[in-house]
Design a protein around this ligand. Structure first.
Ligand SMILES: *Cc1c(COP(=O)(O)O)cnc(C)c1O
Length: 443
């Protein structure tokens, strides 16, 4: 039996429709990687247009990260952070604090757990700071903060989160702008002011994906909006949690998206790119003020009673330290910003009557597909999904969210490959939706 037949007999894939998966001719089994390329079991090469789900920032088989993990393997693969520490984690935490201006680092394993940790910390800190009424959270519509029950409670994507509502705690919702053009921002900020005026004394924290709501299909807002929103939450005495799981490590042009707005949150959630896309690791950063709320005699039980078995795993930390080394030695932010200009130009150059809009910031992009008149395609047409699959015939792996084709290449993908990637998306759109040449440039 071949790999795929054996897969269909036993595996269950994330965010994947079972019947569709088992029918799809385009399925691949990836065996190797080389820089920005993925290589399947048949030896075919594909550009990694999703950065292996938004985390591979520096390419596959990066010499510096490979060497760091191998060296750590010769020392120890895992020891616990519960009651013990290790040098790599200390070094890495110091570096994250220096980069973010925050003071404390709590490790876990995924973006979802980083958010769970932040929300439990924020809640408990308020309880222990004598503000027991502050039990509620504010999040934005169309937010995505992960798939565990707490982070799903904060999420606002109906397709992913709606079914689970009876299981979830109720968050307060703020409307978020769709585009970073300033048009919707005042109305959204007015709604935020009303929400905090009505509920301010009950709110423990605001959580926000700074600058880009990636999983919503690359909805964006301007730094000014973020700064204003954070100011409203702070004035009401709420903590601010920045979910930088997607935007962190240079994705939007600065090391962290908060920097572009001059915002310093009380908590920052990091994952995805933190290990260069090598191993599962996440970090929840907090201020010293928050940490202080957890101090006291043991019998006061102010401890944060939360931890995951593989928290701060030394192999993952070795990858994370090597990733930061690479950012310094290889000038990754400057490289990413050069590549981002190329990506933006290529995306804006796409022409097809079904391309409604192109969204782009840094090394993140989205191509929004609609009928030529602007109406949405029926969900059953699976247009975005079919375009993603068709792109494989043209040598690129991409994913869609609904009918938005997502473009999240490694930060180090350079002009030639970016041209191939955007070309593959364009060819795939033509394959699925016809020539559509009468379209106007989306500019
Ligand atoms: C991916 C993502 C998460 C969840 O991270 P996982 O590692 O998949 O659990 C949370 N927040 C944002 C903004 C993300 O993009």
């Amino acid at each position: 039996m071949n790999w795929l037949a054996r897969d269909y007999a036993t595996l269950w894939h994330p965010f994947t429709a079972a019947d569709e998966w088992e029918r799809q001719a385009e399925n691949l089994a990836i065996e190797r990687g080389e820089g920005v390329w993925l290589i399947d079991t048949e030896g075919n090469h594909y550009l990694d247009g999703t950065a292996s789900l938004w985390c591979n920032v520096l390419g596959h088989r990066h010499p510096r990260i490979d060497a760091s993990i191998r060296a750590q393997l010769d020392r120890i693969a895992h020891s616990t952070m519960l009651g013990l520490t290790h040098p790599g984690a200390i070094q890495h935490a110091e570096r994250l604090c220096a980069l973010t201006g925050l003071d404390r680092v709590f490790y876990s394993d995924s973006g979802s757990t980083a958010v769970e940790v932040a929300l439990k910390m924020a809640f408990q800190a308020k309880q222990q700071q004598g503000e027991a009424r502050r039990t509620r959270f504010v999040s934005l519509t169309e937010a995505y903060h992960g798939d565990t029950v707490g982070s799903v409670s904060l999420g606002g994507i109906e397709l992913f989160h709606g079914l689970y509502r009876p299981l979830l705690f109720e968050a307060l919702r703020l409307p978020a702008p769709e585009r970073a053009d300033g048009n919707e921002e005042d109305a959204c900020l007015d709604a935020a002011r009303r929400c905090f005026a009505a509920h301010g004394t009950e709110i423990a924290a605001l959580i926000v994906e700074p600058l880009v709501q990636g999983a919503a299909g690359m909805r964006m807002h301007r730094p000014e909006f973020l700064r204003e929103l954070v100011g409203i939450a702070r004035a009401a005495g709420a903590f601010v949690i920045a979910d930088e799981v997607a935007t962190g490590f240079g994705r939007t042009g600065t090391m962290f998206a908060c920097e572009a707005a001059g915002v310093k949150p009380d908590f920052m959630c990091l994952a995805k790119a933190i290990t260069g896309g090598y191993l599962p690791l996440a970090a929840t950063l907090a201020t010293e003020e928050v940490y202080d709320a957890f101090r006291g005699p043991y019998a006061d039980y102010r401890t944060f009673f939360h931890g995951h078995t593989y928290t701060g795993n030394p192999l993952a930390i070795a990858a994370a330290n090597a990733t930061l080394d690479a950012y310094e030695a290889e000038n990754v932010l400057a490289v990413a910003n050069t590549n981002a200009v190329v990506l933006g130009t290529a995306l804006r150059g796409l022409t097809h009557s079904c391309i409604r809009e192109v969204r782009h910031l840094g090394m993140m992009g989205g191509v929004v597909l609609r009928r030529p008149g602007g109406a949405a395609f029926a969900a059953s047409e699976r247009v975005g999904h079919r375009v993603s699959l068709a792109a494989r015939r043209h040598g690129a792996i991409v994913r869609n969210l609904g009918d938005t084709v997502m473009v999240m290449p490694p930060l180090v993908m350079e002009a030639a490959e970016l041209g191939l990637l955007v070309g593959a998306i364009e060819a795939a759109i033509h394959d699925v939706l016809g020539a559509g040449g009468a379209g106007t440039a989306v500019g």
